[in-house]
Design a protein around this ligand. Structure first.
Ligand code: SF4
Length: 483
């Protein structure tokens, strides 16, 4: 195993920290012992991507959930293969490889094609980075990229199952679905859906080609996605069809079967700050694995969690509950003048309720609401104002609030998964709790990104009591208020 980290990271990292060397030795020893699955719970600050690069033998895929982390690997000089929509087609102007003719028929195309070049580099490289969704597609189609690999390092491994389930299943507008299946609707009975998938595939294939020829590129791309789901249905058991008012969903009922399928192809090193042994047992349905939990190398003093229960917001919350929450959040913002902060709200609804109330206070000028498509613009506005407070539901992953970007964050609501989502509805209590803990740790980890950083996390949702005792030790040790 080559641990010349300077050459492996193209000069970006000059040497490993002792804790990284220790972790590398522990993982490689288990790999050499023949372990098929090694789960590594490593808190923020471990430098997991550097560890991943150091342990990766020739023939490794590194898979991530977010573009942010892919870019980090790209910064270390590793080739990254993204989905087709990331590459411009050089044959047809103004379209991406997603909508290019080669997606619908064999083409002997230009050597200058960016997509082809990226694929060729990914296939020939000893270590390649892809995302979890693409991983599932490549594995299902047994592409040359997969065929030569024997080790998978799943970074952000707590997202692997969700991403693979999303990639295998589909949610599409009802009208598009109806057009593509020519009104041959699937049964809701999970046994009969496989037979339906077999029968409907030629229809969908023909409809996809037809709409592509008519120039309906978006619908054709949906047709290709649907064909992929149909082919997965014919190969793996356990699917459900969920018709909604505007859209339909076809999703695997048991995503753990897909994870087990990946495990048959690779030795897996699953790394995350938010993955625990309990998570792997309850979500992935796997008992036989090696588990490594490291301590946090950021002292708890620079990442305190202060629990100040104000209220618990649930679907029955009243206007008074929202008032109480807004008052608590407002007081914490006042307590941190001249500092940037983040308020994690979990849902669009809660964001609107808070925005309406905070907008009538003396701190209104500091509030930046980041929601839906406005999220990215809001983030850039937030970074330009020295005492801004970003309020939104989706800043708990894929974004770093290092240094002055956030000196405080407020958890307005514990991130319990949404039980109305059919993918969540069948969770057992254990799965539900471990998913919640994983999401909370993800949120908590946003604020402190280096040993000389500092960020206090205030938790105002009294439901924190329900999850506190299940948190990993490195999180528990940071809780300085014990109400
Ligand atoms: S292979 Fe050809 S058609 Fe396909 S994206 Fe590249 S240039 Fe376009």
């Amino acid at each position: 195993m080559d641990t010349d980290i300077q050459s492996l990271t193209h000069g970006k990292i000059s040497q490993l920290f002792p804790h990284q060397e220790e972790l590398i030795s522990a993982i490689t020893a288990k790999l050499w012992d023949g372990a098929r699955l090694i789960v590594v719970n490593a808190p923020p600050g471990t430098g997991k991507s550097v560890v991943a690069i150091a342990i990766a033998p020739s023939g490794t895929l590194i898979s991530t959930s977010t573009v942010h982390l892919q870019n980090q690997y790209a910064g270390y000089g590793l080739p990254v293969l993204k989905g087709r929509s990331w590459y411009e087609c050089s044959l047809v102007p103004n379209i991406t490889a997603e909508d290019a003719p080669c997606a619908y028929s064999q083409m002997d195309c230009l050597a200058s094609c960016a997509y082809k070049r990226a694929r060729a580099a990914a296939v020939s490289s000893k270590v390649t980075v892809i995302n979890n969704s693409l991983l599932w597609v490549e594995a299902a189609y047994q592409t040359p990229l997969i065929a030569r690999r024997s080790v998978l390092i799943a970074d952000e491994a707590h997202k692997l199952l969700d991403d693979v389930v999303k990639s295998a299943g589909i949610e599409i507008p009802k009208r598009a679905f109806s057009t593509l299946v020519n009104n041959y609707w699937p049964p809701t009975d999970s046994d009969a859906i496989r037979e339906w998938a077999r029968k409907v595939m030629p229809t969908v294939r023909a409809a996809t080609q037809a709409v592509y020829r008519k120039g309906q590129l978006r619908l054709a791309a949906v047709g290709r996605r649907l064909l992929f789901t149909l082919s997965s249905i014919t190969r793996y058991a356990g699917w459900q069809f969920i018709p909604g008012d505007d859209s339909v969903m076809i999703i695997p009922t048991d995503g753990s079967a897909l994870i087990k399928e990946i495990l048959t192809r690779f030795k897996i090193v699953a790394m995350s700050a938010c993955i625990t042994d309990d998570f792997v047992r309850t979500h992935w349905g796997i008992d036989n694995f090696e588990y490594i939990e490291t301590r946090c190398y950021y002292p708890p003093q620079i990442r305190p969690i202060i629990f100040l229960p104000a209220t618990a917001i649930d679907r029955n919350a009243t206007a008074e509950d929202y008032d109480r929450l807004a008052e608590a959040v407002c007081n914490l913002i006042r307590l941190n003048p001249s500092k940037r902060g983040v308020v994690h709200t979990v849902s669009a609804h809660l964001t609107h309720e808070l925005a309406a109330r905070l907008g009538n206070t003396d701190i209104a000028g500091r509030i930046v609401i980041g929601i839906g498509k406005e999220r990215i613009k809001a983030f850039s506005r937030f970074t330009a104002i020295p005492d801004a407070v970003l309020v939104g539901p989706s800043f708990s992953e894929g974004v770093d609030f290092a240094g002055d970007l956030a000196r405080f964050q407020v958890v307005a609501k514990i991130p319990f998964p949404d039980k109305t989502d059919p993918r969540i509805a069948h969770y057992s209590h254990g799965q539900y709790m471990s998913a919640t803990i994983s999401a909370f740790i993800q949120m908590y980890g946003r604020g402190v990104r280096s040993p000389d950083d500092f960020c206090v996390t205030y938790v105002v949702d009294s439901n924190f009591r329900m999850i506190r005792r299940f948190l990993p030790e490195w999180v528990k040790e940071a809780v300085v208020s014990h109400q």
